[in-house]
Write a protein that binds this ligand. Structure first.
Ligand SMILES: C[S@@+](CC[C@H](N)C(=O)[O-])C[C@H]1O[C@@H](n2cnc3c(N)ncnc32)[C@H](O)[C@@H]1O
Length: 311
């Protein structure tokens, strides 16, 4: 009897230990320093990069294309966003700012395929180091450590400003919008993708939804989420925007990313195993958050917002 029960007891103990680790070891947002140290750690342990490649964002799965994998879908998202926002209309050599550039996945595509001159900034020094290592010499891409809420560039320095999945980490979304539009030249292009909540003022969250949002904030250093409408209004009312802001919810294109991000670990077990036992624990530790994200995005509690407007 004991022999029969032992595996179950061990499994329950393992799940208990992981759930305690998940709750104790949260990554609450305190300041942009907490965001920097979280991304430094995610970069230095190499797990994210080995598993998901050089892009730290969701993928775009065009309807009907079931054969596309997570990494291809991430590259596809960059091209879809370029086309949707009209960035492909800009001439080669245009100056682009990539705000919250990660390890430079988007920046390198913008430089390589579209011929742009790209500056990427991130709050994480480890990401800048890795972005530089990954960028071939000769590609028009440079990377700097900088806070998106305090950009060290003169007004109107860029022909386009691009930001993918960085805004959810900013505690002051107005300032985030303000800095991007300030550094954009008049008539330039602003292109953004971000994680948003649904409009919680118009459609208040249930008790369960509130609990889920709390976890999504605390697990991955997010200070708050706002709706697509709230952020669009901020862009529209900014003194440096031309006033017309277009936004869409791309949940239907991006939702497959959540399960796919887990399958990626199953497809490439050596990516995790080669980094040792701690990497296995670390990757299992992220699964509950990924599943909660999947639930929230599929339910419409969270929305993948894309935005375009002109300076
Ligand atoms: C989810 S990652 C996206 C990275 C990249 N855009 C990509 O798509 O691969 C979020 C990025 O935002 C950056 N970030 C968050 N807060 C920031 C801040 N206050 N200033 C600059 N970068 C910030 C992080 O360092 C990280 O590079």
């Amino acid at each position: 009897m004991l022999e029969f029960l032992l595996p179950f007891v061990l499994l329950v103990l393992l799940l208990l230990a992981l759930s305690i680790l998940w709750r104790i070891n949260t990554r609450k947002y305190i300041s942009s320093d907490t965001v920097a140290s979280a991304y430094d750690a995610w970069t230095q342990d190499k797990l994210l990069e080995r598993l998901w490649g050089e892009h730290i964002h969701l993928g775009f799965y065009p309807s009907g294309s079931e054969n596309i994998n997570f990494r291809q879908a991430k590259v596809q998202l960059v091209h879809e966003l370029v086309n949707w926002s009209g960035l492909d209309q800009l001439p080669k050599g245009s100056r682009i700012l990539d705000v919250g550039c990660g390890i430079g996945g988007s920046s390198r595509i913008l430089a390589k395929y579209y011929g742009f001159n790209v500056t990427g900034i991130t709050i994480s020094p480890a990401q800048v180091k890795r972005a530089k290592e990954l960028t071939p010499s000769g590609l028009n891409c440079n990377f700097q450590v900088m806070d998106a809420l305090d950009l060290k560039f003169a007004d109107g320095s860029f022909d386009a400003v691009w930001s993918v999945e960085a805004g959810a980490h900013m505690n002051d979304k107005n300032k985030f919008a303000d800095e991007m539009l300030r550094t954009l030249r008049p008539g330039g292009y602003l292109t953004l993708a971000d994680w948003n909540s649904r409009d919680l003022r118009a459609y208040p969250p249930s008790f369960i939804e509130k609990l889920v949002i709390k976890q999504l904030l605390e697990q991955w250093v997010h200070p708050n989420f706002i709706s697509i409408k709230e952020f669009s209004d901020m862009l529209r009312s900014n003194k440096n925007s031309a006033g017309r802001v277009y936004s869409e919810n791309w949940n239907s294109y991006t939702n497959p990313s959540w399960y796919d991000s887990i399958f990626e670990g199953i497809r490439r077990p050596s990516a995790i195993l080669s980094l040792g036992p701690l990497a296995i624990v670390k990757s299992i530790r992220e699964i509950p958050t990924i599943l909660l994200m999947n639930w929230a995005f599929r339910r419409g509690l969270m929305e993948f917002g894309v935005y375009k407007c002109r300076g």
